[in-house]
Design a protein around this ligand. Structure first.
Ligand SMILES: Nc1ncnc2c1ncn2[C@@H]1O[C@H](COP(=O)(O)OP(=O)(O)OP(=O)(O)O)[C@@H](O)[C@H]1O
Length: 283
């Protein structure tokens, strides 16, 4: 275990990490554990342990995993996950669960899979990112105390007043998809988190991301949309167009984005680029 470090984000989903921390201390008292006070703190921890650690275990949600991934991407270091977030989209899609014994077995076995990631104007995303309605919800959600209930409340309120965004694809082959949309998602894996499958056919190891273009639908359709999303049936939805791409260049009428669920501002024009097989994940 000397070459393994556990990076815990205490701000992920209501301190979900505490039982994990206790169990880890019991099983492996000598484990290297860092309780991260900030994203920069995590960066510094990884840098200062670079020579002695080759498996970095992110304990948190997609935001935490993404900060660890930023440092180890395109290197031979390995990412492992103990899911302790609220949505846990990426960890579900990479088969990590909240069973510490299973995680320790995987660490011992050291099987690795290399997966794709992508960037949006140079910023890393590992799972699903998006703009439009989605980006606006992420922005408003940050102002609340978070949680699933607040997410639904904010989504409904935002939906009622939301005007579609305008997307103009600069890339010649994508020009025909330009138009007005409720949202654009960029999906490396199939789900946002909480088993909400926005792109049921996406694969994290095919060198592509799915552009998910969603047209505005009437409010009465929202429960149908949600039902299809949670049962992996959105593929043939009348309001959605899926476009698998290696890269895309577009102009867009909003700066509100979320990257793996974290709100961020991104100025138009926007360039999306897949980084094929750029992240080693423990299997
Ligand atoms: N390494 C880190 N150290 C400290 N804080 C972090 C770190 N990485 C991200 N954060 C902050 O912690 C907050 C929660 O992170 P995270 O996304 O992991 O949990 P979550 O939102 O509960 O889970 P999920 O993304 O699965 O819904 C984020 O708002 C993020 O800004």
């Amino acid at each position: 275990m000397e070459n393994v470090a556990f990076i815990i984000n205490p701000f992920s989903a209501k301190k979900n990490y505490e039982p994990f921390f206790e169990a880890l201390k019991q099983k492996i008292p000598e484990a290297k554990v860092y309780i991260s006070e900030s994203i920069n703190g995590t960066f510094e921890f990884i840098e200062s342990h670079w020579e002695t650690v080759d498996i970095f275990v992110a304990v948190g949600g997609d935001g935490t995993i993404s900060t660890v991934a930023q440092k180890i991407i395109n290197t031979d270091r390995i990412l492992a996950i103990y899911p302790a977030g609220s949505g846990n989209g990426f960890s579900k899609e990479t088969h990590f669960n909240a069973d510490l014994d299973e995680l320790l077995r995987k660490i011992k076995a050291r099987k690795i899979k290399c997966v794709d990631t992508f960037t949006v104007n140079g910023k890393l995303s590992i799972n699903v990112s998006g703009t439009g309605f989605d980006g606006k919800v992420a922005k408003e959600f940050e102002k609340t105390t978070r949680g699933f209930k607040n997410y639904i409340k904010v989504s409904l309120k935002t939906y009622l007043s939301y005007k579609p965004i305008n997307i103009n694809f600069i890339s010649q082959n994508l020009h025909k998809y330009s138009g007005e949309y409720l949202m654009l998602n960029v999906a490396n894996t199939r789900q946002f988190g909480n088993n909400a499958y926005i792109a049921p056919k996406a694969s994290k190891s095919d060198g592509l991301v799915d552009l998910v273009l969603v047209r505005k639908f009437p409010l009465r359709y929202a429960p149908v949309f949600a039902y299809k999303m949670f049962t992996k049936k959105l593929e043939d939805d009348q309001y959605i167009t899926y476009v698998p791409v290696r890269e895309a260049n577009l102009e867009i009428s909003t700066t509100n984005w979320h990257l793996d669920g974290e709100y961020t501002r991104i100025e138009s024009p926007v360039r999306i680029v897949v980084q094929p097989k750029s992240l080693n994940i423990l299997q």
